[in-house]
Ligand binder design. Structure first.
Ligand code: PLP
Length: 437
């Protein structure tokens, strides 16, 4: 077997986008709602094939994926163990909440185990689903509907989750259909700012009668889409103390950070605080749409026992094939200790990027992150987006992040090698030198 397969350096054969991609862009514009896919003269390329770290487009250009496609493909693209499950499947569709399968029991059992016991779950199909299950769970348990969330946070775009997402651009067009249930606070940059925000939250809560208090504080430990902003350690400790003191549930949205990405299985391990509720998605199946909201046994007991019709479910909940894949992905992350790899290669990348920060202080404002969730904040708005397009021409897939696309987000599959990491740095240095300075 060619051991390099899936870990090859980029090979760009055409202009980017190539002729086939350009034809497809034109056709897509005729058939898709205009807001969905960004199409311009130099974007996008249409992808055709993926394997581990590599992605091929319809013009046969080979790329390296530094995004895991939104942080999903933790165990590498088109992973052979996942393919084996698909090949050997005896059931594809099921009836998740009526006639379940053993795979659902297996997946939820594994999640309970990696959480250290004591958590039950509600499965969903995407991140927003899990967030909404968390919102409902908190309401049922506390009887209180209001929620504290944070500026810069991203929790999904369906109406429930959108309540907790900060950016006005997602909300303003739909405001008329949205109740106001969220109180937003600043997301601090360091412990000192964190202390100030904690004081503000404390002051806000102390003015409310117990029944008017929020039922849930919901926070990302690293705001990924918000620009890879890492929550200060003391801030999370303080939130836990406030949540306990005011009898409010503390929920962590680990849809991006969970399952190895930050160098630990869960980002909360960096903070030594266990959540009452946690949401996971993306890397959970490393491929297909699945998410989960986990809450402690006591909190989950707030849901009434099903009498034959669930009050929260959906057609594909507990999809048997996807549960089987997700259970296998959890095994792979654990067996291959991919969180340790994320820590090791993340440290290497971070060290190199800090060098770039010193080398180009007029271009790069800050490099930050944990493990393989890294953000490069540029001094100029939109430069995350611009650098993404230049890197694509060099054969690297990246994503912009932050309110003004001022950040370049690096979230490669956790199977990335040192060689690829170093080659990426070399090409990024070139882009900064030749195009951004
Ligand atoms: C932290 C976080 N929560 C929730 C979501 C929403 O997930 P989805 O787009 O699958 O609904 C995202 C998506 O990026 C996310 O990063």
């Amino acid at each position: 077997m060619d051991t390099n397969k899936g870990f090859e350096f980029p090979l760009i054969r055409t202009e980017i986008p190539g002729p086939e991609s350009r034809i497809l862009s034109k056709k897509l514009k005729e058939v898709e709602s205009p807001n969905i896919t960004y199409v311009s003269g130099d974007f996008p390329v249409f992808i055709k094939k993926t394997y581990m770290m590599n992605v091929w487009d319809v013009d046969d250009n080979r790329y390296i994926d530094m995004t895991s496609m939104f942080g999903v493909s933790a165990v590498g693209h088109t992973n052979s163990l996942i393919l084996d499950i698909l090949k050997n499947a005896e059931i594809i569709n099921g009836m998740g909440d009526v006639l379940p399968t053993a795979s659902k029991v297996k997946l939820l059992g594994k999640l309970r185990k990696i959480m250290g016991g004591g958590y039950k779950g509600i499965l969903g199909q995407n991140g927003a689903d899990a967030v909404e299950a968390a919102m409902k769970t908190a309401l049922l348990y506390t009887g209180r509907h209001r929620i504290i969330a944070f500026k810069g946070g991203y929790h999904g775009l369906s109406y429930g989750a959108l309540n907790l997402t900060w950016s006005k651009k997602f909300k303003l067009p739909f405001k008329k259909q949205m109740p106001v249930i969220t109180k937003f606070f600043e997301y601090p940059r360091d412990d000192i700012e964190g202390d100030f925000v904690l004081e503000k939250i404390d002051a806000y809560l102390s003015r409310l009668s117990p029944e008017k208090r929020p039922g849930l504080i919901f926070v990302e430990l690293i705001q990924a889409r918000g620009g890879v902003r890492v929550a200060p350690y003391r801030f999370i400790q303080g939130l836990k103390e406030i949540a306990d003191r005011y009898d409010i549930l503390l929920g962590f949205d680990e849809i991006y950070t969970g399952l190895g990405r930050t160098g630990k299985m869960f980002a909360f391990e960096h903070y030594g605080v266990k959540p009452d509720i946690i949401t996971l998605g993306k890397a959970l199946s490393s491929s297909f749409p699945v998410s989960v909201c986990l809450a402690t046994d006591k909190i989950m007991e707030a849901w009434p026992e099903s009498q034959g019709e669930a009050i929260h479910t959906s057609t594909f909940l507990g999809h048997p094939l996807i549960c089987e894949v997700a259970a296998s992905v959890l095994d792979q992350i654990k067996k291959d200790k991919l969180y340790e790899r994320a820590e090791r290669i993340g440290r290497l990348l971070m060290g190199e990027l800090k060098e770039l920060e010193l080398e180009f202080p007029g271009v790069i404002k800050e490099v930050r992150g944990k493990g393989l969730l890294i953000g490069i904040e540029f001094r100029t708005k939109g430069m995350g987006f611009e650098s993404m397009k230049y890197l694509l021409k060099k054969g690297f897939i990246t994503l912009p992040a932050g309110e003004n696309a001022e950040v370049l987000e690096i979230t490669p599959p956790l199977v990335i090698t040192e060689d690829i990491a170093m080659f990426f740095i070399q090409q990024l240095r070139r882009v900064i030198k030749d195009e951004l300075t």
